[in-house]
Design a protein around this ligand. Structure first.
Ligand code: FAD
Length: 287
């Protein structure tokens, strides 16, 4: 199933998850139990990251996306980055995706790796989108950044670049995580003014431990509203309370987003079935 068709039903908010493959040093089967639990929650689709956090190349992404779709019966989206790939590498990955009946790709540039010279066949995600569009057969999603991408000169430039990605074939966008819904609403307004008219899912990260906050903020630059920081500070030395507070914060964000008519919620599950279940149970009747 092509993911974009999910957004045609305007009566329902799309609800999707993100998972990641295990690190190269762990057997792939080590995540199967968690994936089964996560898929039992019946999200509209599950996306699988590519090469992020030391999880290796495309084969693990392909294998996990295939497992989710073909064994666990939930539609999957395979992430695909291009910054370190040649056209031949991308062709091989697309062939692998096709062989596993994967129909949906989140086309990304990826981050530069220290000490690794980037390849030059694809400089931006929009070039990868255009290439996959020309090949045909895949539904393409792209990433977007409510607070602007870290490398962008300003928000205007970033949104104009986002428009290039959509013009190149991305038919749905998934946002970077954020903790302040008002920033997402402002971003939506700006994208619509710029003529970006595809569905945009809001990326929600339930923060459940202190290390996660620091890592996320340093990686993606999401700003922390005072309300969020106060909650996290109050419970930082009580892991269970911090986890519950993180879940409650994410649920509150989601309720507000749904009430404001968001196209979809994309939950960064961090491969944590417990957290995914708590949030799903809290919001499923609202979608
Ligand atoms: P692009 O859209 O290419 O944008 C990158 C920068 O280039 C931006 O500053 C943009 O404004 C600028 N730009 C774009 N087009 C042009 C142009 N034509 N001319 C000049 N400047 C331009 N990383 C992984 O490694 N694996 C993953 O699985 C993964 N999944 C992600 C999922 C989501 C939902 C998100 C939001 C991010 C994900 N990332 C992942 C991180 C992502 O790879 C990084 O944020 C990366 O730095 C940018 O990727 P992009 O596809 O957004 O790049």
């Amino acid at each position: 199933m092509k993911i974009t068709s999910l957004f045609e039903n305007k009566q329902k908010t799309v609800f999707s998850f993100e998972v990641f493959p295990p690190k190269k040093t762990s057997p792939i089967e080590s995540v199967y139990g968690k994936l089964e639990e996560i898929c039992m929650l019946r999200p509209d689709f599950v996306s699988v990251t590519y090469g992020a956090g030391g999880s290796g190349g495309h084969s693990r992404t392909c294998e996990i996306a295939s497992k989710i779709k073909n064994d666990l019966g939930v539609e999957s989206v395979a992430h695909l980055t291009c910054v370190n790939s040649t056209r031949t590498d991308i062709d091989a990955t697309l062939a692998d995706f096709r062989a596993h009946h994967i129909e949906n790709i989140l086309a990304l540039r990826g981050d530069y790796t220290k000490g690794v010279r980037p390849q030059c066949d694809f400089r931006y995600a929009s070039e990868l989108c255009a290439y996959i569009t020309r090949q045909g057969g895949f539904d393409i999603a792209g990433a977007c950044y409510p607070e602007g991408h870290l490398e962008a000169k300003d928000a205007v430039e970033d949104i104009l670049n986002l428009k290039k990605k959509v013009d190149a074939g991305a038919t749905h966008l998934i946002s970077q995580l954020f903790f302040d819904n008002s920033l997402f609403y402002r971003f939506l307004e700006h994208t619509r003014i710029a003529g970006v008219n595809v569905p945009i899912e809001a990326g929600i990260m339930p923060v459940t431990n202190r290390a996660q906050i620091e890592r996320m903020v340093s990686l993606c630059g999401a700003s922390l509203p005072a309300k969020f920081s106060k909650v996290m500070q109050r419970y930082e030395s009580r892991p269970e309370a911090l986890r519950d507070a993180g879940i409650a914060y994410a649920v509150e964000q989601i309720v507000d987003l749904i009430a404001n008519g968001v196209d979809g919620i994309h939950l960064y599950t961090m491969n944590n079935p417990y957290v995914a279940r708590r949030i799903t149970e809290a919001v499923s009747s609202l979608l």
